[in-house]
Design a protein around this ligand. Structure first.
Ligand code: CTP
Ligand code: MG
Length: 228
């Protein structure tokens, strides 16, 4: 059994709009709609767990009720950090789940092809991330705005979601992070600190996270191209 978890409990502060970005319209449907539909089209996915902020649990539930064709779903309340939101989701995942995918609700341009690739690689490796090769040179900069290092671009990847894990691997990593008070920047970082190898699946540059207003413009054009 495979479960997909969708953190959607953020506030979308960097979008600078009043509403959580997952409710914004993209080609006439919400960002959340596009994300959940693509996963629901995947044969291999059995259930969806959407994490909403406590104030938005009800409205997200009502929204999902209006969507036909979704895989079995539940909505749970999230926490103040993305990691705490996932922690809450892990508590309601079906006991029969062997593989868990975590995918930002705010990445609506995800394709079934990448989801399937992540599932396949997770079956082999136990822990997988989607990532793309860094296009820009990346510098390490100190608090004063001074460059301290320029790592070789060759080995640098920009990390996306979905990230896929054997259920026990992810649950153990979250349990340990909680015990250690460790806050990671993505799900895989929690698994990495357990000494586990994480396999990279080469993703797609269109799989952007709606973060700042220009991302919505790009996403609009990707959605339009897809439906043509
Ligand atoms: N998220 C979450 N719980 C949190 C914070 C974030 O479930 N406490 C979710 C967001 O809803 C989003 C995903 O994690 O789908 C990626 O996070 P990010 O892009 O940072 O979204 P926000 O936190 O909403 O945006 P911002 O940081 O600009 O406020
Ligand atoms: Mg955030």
């Amino acid at each position: 059994m495979i479960t997909a978890i969708f953190p959607a409990a953020g506030q979308g502060k960097r979008m600078g709009m009043k509403v959580n970005k997952i409710f914004l319209s993209l080609g006439g449907k919400t960002v959340l709609y596009h994300t959940l539909y693509t996963f629901s089209k995947c044969e291999m996915i059995d259930e969806l767990v959407v994490v909403a902020s406590p104030e938005e649990v009800t409205v997200v539930r009502e929204l999902l009720k209006t969507m036909d064709g979704l895989k079995p779903w539940q909505v749970v309340a999230g926490g103040l950090e993305r990691q705490y939101s996932i922690e809450n989701a892990l508590e309601v995942v079906s006991p029969g789940t062997k593989i868990i995918l975590v995918h930002d609700a705010a990445r609506p341009i995800i394709s079934t092809k990448i989801i399937e690739k992540v599932i396949e690689e997770t079956r082999h490796h136990g822990a997988t991330i989607t990532a793309v090769r860094a296009k820009d040179t990346i510098k390490v900069v100190d608090e004063k705005g001074i460059v301290i290092d320029t790592p070789q671009r060759n080995g640098l990847w920009a990390v996306q979601t979905p990230q896929g894990f054997q259920a026990d691997v992810l649950k153990d990593a979250y349990q340990k992070a909680k015990e250690d008070d460790f806050l990671g920047t993505d799900d895989a970082s929690l698994v990495e600190r357990m000494g586990r190898k994480v396999k990279v699946v080469e993703g797609d540059y269109t799989n952007i996270k709606i973060t700042t207003p220009e991302d919505l413009i790009m996403a609009e054009s990707f959605i339009k191209r897809r439906s043509n």
